[in-house]
Design a protein around this ligand. Structure first.
Ligand SMILES: NC(=O)c1ccc[n+]([C@@H]2O[C@H](COP(=O)([O-])OP(=O)(O)OC[C@H]3O[C@@H](n4cnc5c(N)ncnc54)[C@H](OP(=O)(O)O)[C@@H]3O)[C@@H](O)[C@H]2O)c1
Length: 284
């Protein structure tokens, strides 16, 4: 069975590629990326690496020749990526791909303020209406991306947040990759939507406790409203265009949209979900 991964040179894509190469015959692994040179090592390991760009849909069908299952990794073009995702799904259908797996987010519903919701909701709908077999992986926020917040709080003694008393079941990219590989190589996942989460819902107080352990001194949680949090992020050096996204993630956590914990990493990914504390130990 031949399996393809789009966006294979991205951080998640590489982790999925490694897992597939560890379990499948490399001749069954097709890695699609805008820049095949970045995956030269994977070519040496026996994978087929092909150039594919969702913004150049004319070439996509040929890239998917012989592929039975495809992981469609959502692109980083937030706000403008639905057309690319549509092109990838249409190309998959034309090329005879049977099953498409898509990386989404938990609760992509109208009452979730996360700015990435509209793209994911639209792509999920396209996939469900495509006539293809599908699986949706609703990956929680990456635990890996919380490390700078924890390190900053450890350094300053204060953790600024707009998450209120909310919590998120942060999940590592590696655990997300294990689940994606489990679905791509396993059976019984067609028509399923999975929340892919870490082992626990983690609040700002929990993050501050981790920072305090790291720093060896107390770390205070400073709870701000969305406006003050955005202003603080920009004053701290974050590019202004990025602030609304981070603020919206915090608001989403505050409303409980990311708190659900599942056992999907264990049951489908075949591994114990990684707690944030373990990432910090690796980092330090
Ligand atoms: N759960 C979370 O906390 C979280 C956080 C950030 C992002 N995400 C989402 O998860 C995805 C994977 O995360 P990541 O950490 O691996 O992100 P990343 O390292 O920034 O990778 C970006 C991905 O987008 C792909 N891409 C961009 N433009 C493309 C195009 N025109 N056609 C095809 N592919 C395109 C890239 O593929 P190539 O460069 O190989 O072509 C790459 O796989 C992100 O793209 C984003 O949608 C989730």
């Amino acid at each position: 069975m031949t399996v393809a991964v789009t966006g294979a040179s991205g951080q998640l894509g590489r982790l999925v590629a490694d897992q597939l190469l560890a379990t499948l015959d490399p001749a069954e692994v097709v890695l699609l990326t805008r820049d095949p040179a970045k995956l030269a090592v994977h070519t040496e390991r026996g994978a087929t690496v092909r150039a594919a760009d969702f913004d150049r849909p004319e070439a996509l069908v040929d890239c998917l020749a012989g592929v039975e299952r495809m992981l469609l990794i959502s692109t980083d073009a937030v706000g403008t990526r639905v057309e690319g995702h549509r092109a990838a799904i249409q190309a998959a259908a034309k090329a005879g791909v049977r099953h498409v797996v898509y990386t989404s987010i938990p609760e992509p519903s109208a009452d979730n303020p996360s700015v990435v919701v509209p793209d994911h909701a639209a792509t999920e709908e396209l996939l469900r209406d495509s006539g293809l077999a599908w699986t949706i992986l609703r990956n929680n926020l990456y635990a890996d991306m919380q490390l700078p917040t924890i390190e900053q709080a450890a350094a300053s003694g204060r953790l600024f947040t707009n998450t209120g008393d909310g919590a998120a079941a942060y999940v590592t990219r590696a655990d997300c990759a294990a689940v994606a590989a489990g679905v791509l190589t396993g059976e019984g996942h067609e028509g399923q939507t999975y929340d892919v989460t870490g082992p626990a819902a983690v609040s700002a107080s929990d993050l501050a406790a981790l920072a305090a352990t790291q720093a060896g001194r107390p770390v205070e949680v400073v709870r701000l409203d969305d406006e003050a949090y955005a202003a603080g992020l920009v004053a701290g050096g974050l590019p202004e265009a990025w602030a609304p996204m981070l603020v919206s993630f915090g608001a989403s956590i505050r409303l409980g949209k990311l708190a659900r914990v599942t056992d999907v990493v264990e049951t489908i990914g075949g591994r114990t979900p990684t707690p944030l504390s373990a990432l910090l130990r690796q980092d330090g």
